[in-house]
Ligand binder design. Structure first.
Ligand code: SF4
Length: 261
């Protein structure tokens, strides 16, 4: 991807090197941490090596969610009391971005600031995500060119108390909301950030470090796995790997692999 000078300057500020995409015709299986394996354009689902699969969650929600439009879905989330997390929340965190964004970012669960503000990825982790999106000429703005927009949603819409890990039953009960959001956005690419987003979308408990660097599929949509920005704030060496993941995602988009069939 041809980075412009502004993007290069931003990457330098972030202490990140500019990633060069490998030749598509010769998938790179390098010794480095990335171990990139790019699919050919239009490659069928399943090109990623198989990973252990968790049992499918048993979504528990109002069946009308499966056919809800945006306003109905928003209202259903705001009113939801399907799991214990409703008791401690200040508000639900629905998601933000362009309703037809080509990029969809899926995170984990709201933290304290998200719970306060009602928006995912705010605070330091959100600033890091926004900086990385800006470097790709993307934003979470609700207006504008869909190709340059991201819709951002979490796996859970309510904050777990004390920022503890999401529980399997909570994820199962909340899952229909995320499923419907993805159906409505119809993204060209999904970026799954962090362990719980990966578990929800790929049904695997493989660690992020072993899933990143290649392209997976969710309901036919290319899916790239990367670290959660909150993790990156505590583990700076992995920031460069996250940048490589974003570059892989951008490369998939550039090559048209995310074009709906
Ligand atoms: S986390 Fe999800 S399922 Fe649980 S109360 Fe909130 S919106 Fe409902």
């Amino acid at each position: 991807m041809p980075w412009n000078e502004r993007q290069r300057a931003m990457l330098r500020e972030m202490g990140l090197r500019v990633w060069q995409p490998p030749e598509l015709s010769v998938p790179a299986v390098g010794p480095g941490p990335a171990g990139l394996t790019l699919p050919a354009p239009g490659a069928p689902a399943g090109q990623a090596p198989s990973v252990p699969v968790l049992p499918a969650a048993a979504p528990v929600a109002d069946p009308s969610v499966a056919s809800a439009d945006w306003p109905a879905l928003r209202a259903a989330v705001a009113a939801c009391r399907a799991c214990r997390l409703c008791e401690g929340r200040k508000q639900t965190v629905f998601g933000v971005g362009h309703a037809q964004a080509h990029w969809m970012i899926v995170g984990e669960a709201p933290g304290a600031q998200e719970d306060e503000q009602g928006e995912p990825f705010v605070g330091a982790a959100g600033q890091l995500l926004d900086a990385m999106l800006r470097a790709l000429d993307l934003s979470r703005a609700g207006e504008g060119e869909p190709a340059r927009r991201a819709f951002i949603a979490n796996t859970l819409k309510c904050r777990p108390p004390g920022n503890r890990n999401p529980q399997p039953d909570e994820m199962a009960r909340c899952e229909p909301f995320l499923v419907r959001q993805i159906q409505l956005v119809r993204p060209r690419l999904i970026l799954a950030m962090g362990r719980f987003a990966v578990q929800a979308l790929l049904r695997t408990d493989e660690p992020v470090g072993r899933l990143r660097g290649r392209v997976h599929r969710y309901q036919g949509v290319p899916l790239v796995v990367t670290y959660h920005p909150a993790y990156l704030l505590r583990n700076l060496p992995d920031k460069a790997r996250a940048w490589e993941d974003l570059c892989l995602a951008a490369d998939v988009m550039e090559r048209g692999a995310g074009t709906p069939g």
